[in-house]
Design a protein around this ligand. Structure first.
Ligand SMILES: Nc1ncnc2c1ncn2[C@@H]1O[C@H](COP(=O)(O)OP(=O)(O)O)[C@@H](O)[C@H]1O
Ligand SMILES: [Mg+2]
Length: 499
């Protein structure tokens, strides 16, 4: 019996289950205890921006100065820098500045992203200027935009442009040359080439200098504590910050993480972590973010990996994501006896938010005014890398790649003309989540429903949000494992008896 007990004690130690002691995870990195404290909000964060005063002033000067010397084209400035360097943050600072508010008659902020189409972007711009966007005809939409902007002094921010196709931008930007002089466009992009193609003034955003990185780290890691009482941690912290390469996103995430692991032992572990081993071949995933991921408990890791179902720039709701996790069964085994799955989900959500893996967006929901959430592009890259082929995002006019091992699909295919597009999805027998992001145009015919419901019998979560669908067919009853069905913003008024 004693031998057995010793064996158990040994295993407990190796699995890191000892009470009150920091525990080692399988990859030798540190563990992470969920906190009960509420997390910081993005809005507070925005007001604590370090080391960007000079850059902010320079940008504001460009926006306010009178002489336009770029001929017929509206002056454009491109903020260029690595992902996570603070381009969007700087653009937000400027966009919300009082002087800018007073100077421009109209303002719009649009997230562009890697995959966009000209019609969708033009509509998004119209809506962001608070004009109505009618129809799908690019020519008509551009006329509407041109008409509304004529003679107006406007500011437009195009956040996160990847596409460097000159002809495409030349066409897209046509309506913007009709505003009054003094109008401006700010672009953020990782690619210098985009700045050239747009014929814009280049604003190269440098990395944050050492002292600003330290201030940012210190604010998060020592939050509510007097750092003078921890001289040893200060020394280690300064060395840790140097590993972040002046990237604010990395500094902030590590600072937030180490606040939860406030001990010399944990900080030394982070300092000792081999960043080289954490980077992947094509350097797509930031090693500091990967380190933070490895430090999460496994239930948090699984919930986070599931988030790779969202495309870049996608806004989502806290309750919605928790429902997805529940439908997928991710919260079934992790809770204490007296805790509901919703409560556990909410804690995990807050924990992921507290290390900036999930971030509040400035957009609020229409009626409740609750904030939407969003994931930084680099964080999505990380989620994609850890979830591998299990999550897929399908866009455009065809399904590409092998879906054999895929379990979760987010799909925004241009479906209205061709039912067959969904055929490859119907083949994925083990599919558990399917989000058909209708964008108000995706037509879900009875035939499509019939195919989906008779073949995808493992589905646990199904979303038809914003799709063109007015009736659910009886075969929905085949989906015996379905735990979450989203029909918001559809024309459906009643459910079949088979549900
Ligand atoms: N100068 C700064 N001071 C403090 N935090 C910053 C700073 N710049 C960026 N951040 C934080 O870093 C994260 C990434 O910034 P973001 O502007 O989204 O980067 P990018 O648009 O270049 O990818 C955000 O959470 C932001 O709040
Ligand atoms: Mg950005």
């Amino acid at each position: 019996l004693l031998v057995k007990l010793e064996l158990l004690a040994d295993q407990t130690k190796r699995l890191g289950l000892e009470d009150g002691l920091p525990c080692g995870s399988k990859d030798g990195l540190v563990s992470w205890k969920p906190s009960k404290r509420s997390s910081t909000t993005a809005l507070v964060d925005e007001s604590r921006i370090y080391g960007r005063d000079v850059h902010e002033e320079e940008l504001i000067k460009f926006l306010l100065e009178g002489n336009d010397d770029s001929g017929n084209q509206v002056p454009i400035i491109s903020i260029v820098g690595l992902g996570g360097m603070g381009k969007t943050t700087l653009a937000k600072l400027v966009y919300n500045d009082n002087k800018i508010e007073e100077h421009f008659e109209l303002k719009a902020w649009v997230y562009v992203s890697e995959s966009f189409n000209e019609v969708g972007l033009t509509k998004a711009i119209l809506e962001s200027f608070k004009f109505s966007a009618n129809g799908e005809n690019l020519n008509l939409l551009q006329h509407q935009l041109q008409h509304k902007l004529t003679g107006k002094k406007y500011l437009l921010v195009l956040d996160d442009i990847w596409n460097g196709n000159a002809a495409c931008w030349e066409n897209l930007l046509l309506p913007f040359n009709h505003g009054s002089s003094g109008s401006r466009i700010i672009v953020t992009t990782r690619e210098k080439e985009v700045a050239n193609v747009l014929n814009s003034k280049l604003f190269d955003l440098p990395q944050l200098d050492k002292s600003d990185c330290w201030s940012l780290f210190e604010r998060h890691a020592f939050h509510g504590r007097n750092k003078c009482e921890y001289p040893e941690l200060e020394l280690i912290g300064k060395k840790i910050v140097n590993k972040c390469g002046g990237l604010p996103l990395a500094v902030k995430t590590l600072g937030q993480l180490l606040r939860r692991k406030f001990s010399e032992y944990e900080w030394r572990k982070i300092l000792a972590a081999d960043m080289g081993r954490l980077s992947d071949e094509d350097n797509k995933v930031n090693p500091v973010l990967r380190l933070s991921y490895h430090s999460l408990p496994s239930i948090q890791q699984r919930c986070f990996a599931y988030c790779s179902i969202f495309p870049k720039g996608c806004l989502f709701d806290k309750g919605e994501l928790i429902n997805f996790w529940m439908a997928e069964g991710l919260l079934e085994c992790g809770g204490e006896a007296d805790k509901s799955e919703e409560e556990l989900g909410s804690e995990i959500f807050n924990d992921l938010e507290s290390i900036s893996f999930l971030q509040q967006s400035l957009r609020t929901k229409a009626f409740t005014h609750a904030r939407y959430f969003v994931m930084h592009d680099l964080v999505i890259d990380l989620a994609e890398s850890v979830s591998g082929e299990f999550c897929k995002k399908l866009e455009g006019d065809r399904v590409e790649g092998n879906l054999e091992r895929t379990r979760h699909i987010w799909c925004s295919l241009q479906l209205n003309c061709d039912d067959k597009l969904l055929e490859p999805i119907c083949e994925v027998k083990g599919l558990r989540s399917l989000i058909l992001n209708g964008n108000r145009t995706m037509l879900i015919s009875s035939k499509v429903q019939h195919d989906l419901f008779s073949r995808l019998t493992c589905l646990r979560m199904l979303s038809f949000g914003y799709c063109h669908i007015s009736e659910l067919v009886d075969e929905i009853g085949n989906l015996k494992r379905l735990r979450y069905l989203d029909l918001s913003d559809t024309k459906i008024t009643s459910l079949p008896d088979t549900i």
